[in-house]
Ligand binder design. Structure first.
Ligand code: RUB
Length: 307
């Protein structure tokens, strides 16, 4: 269990972060645990696996990628220990492979939306959004990227490092400068932590402000997201929990104030009206078609489980 707890600590502290990376780390952790654990019986194995899955699930409350990944890995029905171990390893490896391929495909599909000479704005650090940008760049389109800092955890610094390595011309701005530069931007591309059945996007705090601003400036706003970022639970109206992180991430010492409380919501909600397109690995869809993706990709079974 130590190895699972270690992954949990890394996810909680955000050493491992980003919805896709959290999901693949959880899948790999369950796979490794399933091979290493020494249970007394199959029942004992099943209950230790369940405990590990539940512990991973609690690390970050917003990203549905985590529950979708865990659900896919834990979908096994074995008669003996050996087959149970094999099934879990197979499921986990398949999930990791699917998610790698999805990123590549999202890059191909999404990059069609980027024209030569475009200025693209991105927020936070999303592998899916970066795949769109890097595929456009690799295909020979000359683009410039404007990246936000993404306070309080400055994921934007990771983004500019990655863009720099790819040789893409990049400008870094503070989050509050988005409106000042929006008239120069041709396209906004962001990732997703959750997409609900009606196409609402939950992503890094600040995303909703950027979408509103893009809408007002008539700038296209697209989301790059693997289909496992869609939430089947929202079909039946389950609300997405927005993670509130500790105040010290925003202000080191709040104790010297008597009447001040620091709020630190990590994600916000962008209504589908402000989203032009969602690029998944199967196709680009208008947000209103999200329900269809959940039905097709995440299965009737999941839908049934939610009832
Ligand atoms: C990361 C974030 C990213 C999405 C998508 O938040 O909001 O935009 O997770 O990322 P945090 P990816 O840094 O708090 O985890 O496309 O890499 O899955």
């Amino acid at each position: 269990m130590n190895q699972v707890l270690d992954t949990c600590t890394k996810i909680r502290s955000m050493e491992i972060r980003g919805a896709g990376r959290i999901a693949t780390a959880a899948a790999a952790s369950l796979r490794d645990f399933s091979q290493a654990v020494q249970p007394k019986s199959l029942d004992d194995f099943n209950s230790q696996m369940k405990e590990a899955a539940d512990t991973l699930l609690k690390t970050r409350p917003t990203a549905v990628s985590l529950s979708n990944a865990i659900r896919m890995v834990m979908k096994y029905d074995a008669q003996d220990l050996d087959s149970a171990r094999k099934a879990i390893a197979l499921n986990a490896n398949r999930f990791i492979e699917i998610s790698e391929k999805a990123l590549e495909r999202i890059g191909q599909i999404g990059s069609r939306r980027i024209k030569d000479g475009s200025v693209v704005l991105t927020h936070c650090n999303s592998l899916a959004a970066l795949s769109v940008i890097s595929t456009a760049h690799k295909s020979g389109k000359k683009i410039k990227v404007i990246a936000t800092e993404s306070r309080p955890r400055y994921q934007g610094i990771t983004t500019i490092g990655m863009l720099d390595k790819m040789g893409i011309e990049t400008e870094l701005i503070v989050d509050s400068a988005v409106r000042s530069v929006m008239n120069e931007v041709d396209l906004v591309v962001v990732g997703a932590d959750v997409i609900t059945a009606n196409g609402t996007l939950v992503n890094k705090i600040g995303t909703a402000q950027i979408a509103l601003c893009a809408h007002e400036a008539r700038t296209s706003f697209i989301v790059a997201a693997e289909t496992y970022k869609f939430s089947p639970q929202t079909i039946l109206g389950e609300l997405v929990t927005i993670e509130e992180r500790e105040s010290a991430e925003v202000l080191a010492d709040v104790s010297r104030y008597s009447h001040v409380k620091v709020r630190n919501p990590a994600f916000d909600v962008t209504p589908h009206q402000y989203i032009d397109l969602i690029c998944t690995e199967v196709r680009a869809i208008p947000p209103e078609m999200s329900y269809q993706i959940i039905r097709e990709r995440l299965g009737w079974e999941m839908d049934k489980e939610c009832r």
